[in-house]
Ligand binder design. Structure first.
Ligand code: DGI
Ligand code: FE
Ligand code: FE
Length: 209
């Protein structure tokens, strides 16, 4: 274990103080779901997954200026398109806040899982996929797409699959999630980040191999 039980408990309490009760309930549920998925896909990375889950939305309730300040402090720039896709900014500002304030958890696997939890990206690591999916299907989510994806994933009983089938099932579940997200972003006239498009294309390629 890279992160001790005590440090994860302290992180849980610290994160609770940083956000609204509503956001914390979601965060705690993402941690639980990440552990469930981790037991299936990455049992040696449960501590990484718990830290990433607890930290993934740490800046979700910040305004756009606070996101911009953190992101620019991390020597990254914000395009006009980034500002328009403001719902994706918290994943980038969270990475900077982790480096500044929670440096003990600033492990590359944690940072990347947080960084890509909203948009995904091409060739996602197993930790990135688990945090992305746990965030989508945590048990507190009631939106139709979330319920649909949760049922799609669990009703197939991944725990009974071979390693190969289980891997493919994860990719198919992510593909469905990107299809649903892209469909709703298009329906509302929102910009689509290039990372979301690359993530979907990359999964389609992986499934063809
Ligand atoms: O932070 P959460 O609410 O837990 O979930 P999240 O980090 O997955 O954020 C979801 C929001 O982000 C949702 O309103 C859709 C939006 N989003 C996801 N991908 C993109 C996006 N918005 C834009 N503009 N472009 C994207 O590619
Ligand atoms: Fe988020
Ligand atoms: Fe979230």
């Amino acid at each position: 274990m890279r992160f001790s039980e005590e440090s994860l408990t302290a992180l849980y309490e610290s994160v609770r103080e940083q956000m609204s009760e509503y956001r914390f309930i979601h965060t705690a549920e993402v941690e639980k779901m990440a552990v469930r998925l981790g037991n299936l896909y990455a049992p040696d990375k449960l501590d990484i997954l718990r830290a990433a889950a607890l930290l993934h939305d740490i800046t979700k309730e910040y305004g756009i200026d606070a996101h911009a300040e953190l992101i620019e402090r991390g020597r990254e720039s914000l395009s006009a398109l980034d500002r328009l896709s403001y719902k994706t900014l918290h994943a980038r500002s969270a990475v900077e806040l982790i480096k500044e304030k929670y440096s003990e958890f600033a492990d590359i696997d944690v940072l990347d899982a947080v960084r890509y939890h909203t948009t995904g990206r091409a060739d996602m690591s197993v930790c990135e996929m688990i945090i992305y999916l746990a965030d989508y299907i945590d048990d507190s989510r009631r939106f139709d797409d979330c319920v649909k994806l949760r049922n799609y994933f669990w009703d197939a009983h991944p725990e009974n699959m071979s390693a190969e089938q289980r891997e493919e099932h994860l990719l198919r579940t992510l593909l469905l999630s990107f299809d649903m997200t892209l469909t709703s972003l298009v329906a509302e006239g929102s910009p689509i980040s290039a990372e979301t498009v690359s993530a979907r294309n990359s999964i389609i390629l992986s499934l063809k191999r």
